[in-house]
Design a protein around this ligand. Structure first.
Ligand code: SAM
Length: 295
């Protein structure tokens, strides 16, 4: 039985969130770049696989691949196929490049996808993402292709902004009709642009409508079951409960282990492919984990 790492605050370490590239084909106005603002390049497939293998040997069970836009990597399918058995692999993508690759990704071993889609209105979507005309339809086609390929359950990631907050009921209805889990994400307002929508008000209204509420182990996230719809709310800001229940480490797109999205003073660079040495680096990163918001 692999060990399960626990940090100095009693938090288990069960998952890895790995950025595979700093490159992206969109330019979202709010993007936090996974806390990876000064990437020195792109992690090699060998390093990504070696870190994942070491993580699995240390008892981690989930691997979330992110970016930049992970589908910018043409070797993504190959990289997933080389990942170790026993890790549940999911992908966070903007969906614009998903349609033609969903089947190959599923065949490579990808379990499911999160698709980021902040608006169903072409004009609003374009304002938020800086995309080209037609990209919104490509995302919708990408979601359909992912469903056909069995990459489910699919989560629809929506950052709650002033720009889209009035559209949340439509996004709930879209998710209900398509059988998606809607994930409403609180904005991390790095640029202090006051773009955030009122997620507190939205969550209150979900509480009133919900038939059932579930609390997930990860971050104690609340999931609201409405009539035929499932809505998860992700509210990290000033949330000590969120941090107290964090069970993951991050890997930056240039191959450093990052214990917390909001901290940059505790990175551990991976400069080896040796499995025992990578495990030692993962243990060190685990020891550097500390809740960002604490009582
Ligand atoms: N390009 C991929 C995508 O669009 O999903 C993966 C990278 S993106 C950084 C991962 C997730 O982070 C997306 O769902 C995005 O909406 C979310 N995100 C980015 N910046 C954020 C911010 N400032 N606050 C909250 N969530 C953010």
């Amino acid at each position: 039985m692999p060990e399960t790492l626990v940090d100095a605050y009693g938090r288990k370490l069960t998952g890895l969130r790995m950025a595979l590239t700093p490159r992206c084909n969109l330019n979202c106005i709010y993007c936090h770049h996974e806390g990876d603002l000064v990437s020195q390049g792109e992690i090699s497939a060998e390093t990504a696989v070696a870190i994942a293998r070491a993580a699995a040997e240390l008892g981690m069970r989930t691997l979330k691949l992110t970016g930049g836009e992970p589908l910018m990597r043409t070797d993504l399918e190959d990289l997933i196929a080389r990942m170790p058995e026993g890790l549940n692999i999911s992908l966070t993508t903007n969906g614009t490049l998903l349609a033609g690759r969903a089947i190959a990704l599923a065949e490579a071993g990808l379990e499911r996808v999160n698709v980021s889609l902040d608006s169903l209105k072409p004009e609003v979507y374009r304002n938020i993402t800086g995309c080209r005309r037609g990209d919104l339809q490509r995302v919708i086609d990408g979601i359909a292709a992912a469903q056909e390929a069995g990459l489910e359950p699919i989560k629809l990631n929506v950052v709650v902004l002033r720009e889209n907050e009035r559209e949340i009921p439509d996004l709930i209805e879209f998710s209900r009709q398509k059988g998606l889990i809607l994930q409403l994400i609180e904005l991390l307002d790095l640029k202090d642009h006051n773009m955030s929508g009122d997620i507190e008000r939205i969550e209150k209204s979900l509480q009133e409508q919900a038939i059932r509420v579930r609390t997930r182990e990860l971050h104690r996230r609340r999931k609201y079951f409405l009539d035929g719809a499932e809505v998860e709310v992700v509210r990290p800001m000033d949330n000590t409960e969120f941090c107290a229940n964090c069970t993951r480490l991050r890997v930056t797109s240039d191959g450093q282990i990052k214990p917390c999205l909001l901290r940059c003073d505790n990175l551990v660079p991976v400069n080896t492919l040796d499995s025992e040495q990578i495990k030692a680096l993962l243990r060190e990163a685990n020891a550097r984990r500390k809740p960002y918001f604490m009582k």
